[in-house]
Design a protein around this ligand. Structure first.
Ligand code: FES
Length: 138
């Protein structure tokens, strides 16, 4: 039995259009050196288990995918598939993240590859929670 696929249409897969959005409130996150701070009170995208947000720009070298996992914990990944560098999305209810491209490489929260043409594991970043603040160390 294969892994569960996120419901995306052919063109979304072909052009690598991911489902995960950028933050709607810019004040919800900031960068200092190699640390990203997220204020969960200003990040509605991470409210529910299985939700996620794309963090890009603001002097970050690589895009980051932040997931509020099915396990209730927060997880952060380098948001580039190790096959063709496309972005990833969580697949709610499966504790996995999946490439948005046609190959749908799928990874565990620890970054290990479950299925797909990806060449290796995803880079996983440490996430520390203190109250309503997350700190991601790149
Ligand atoms: S870029 Fe991710 S599977 Fe091809």
């Amino acid at each position: 039995m294969g892994v569960q696929k996120l419901d995306r249409n052919f063109f979304q897969r072909l052009f690598g259009i991911c489902a995960t959005r950028k933050p709607s409130q810019q004040e919800g996150w900031k960068v200092a050196g190699r640390k990203i701070s997220i204020d969960l009170n200003a990040m509605p995208e991470l409210k529910d288990n299985g939700s996620a947000v794309r963090i890009e720009g603001k002097d970050i070298e690589e895009p980051v995918l932040v997931v509020h996992g099915d396990d209730g914990a927060y997880h952060a990944f380098r948001n580039r598939c190790t096959h063709g560098k496309r972005a990833l999305d969580p697949v709610p209810g499966t504790s996995t993240v999946q490439c948005c491209s046609v190959g749908t490489s799928t990874f565990n929260y620890d970054g290990s590859l479950i299925e797909g043409p990806a060449k290796g594991p995803l880079a996983v970043y440490e996430v520390d929670r203190a109250g309503e603040s997350l700190t991601i160390t790149l």
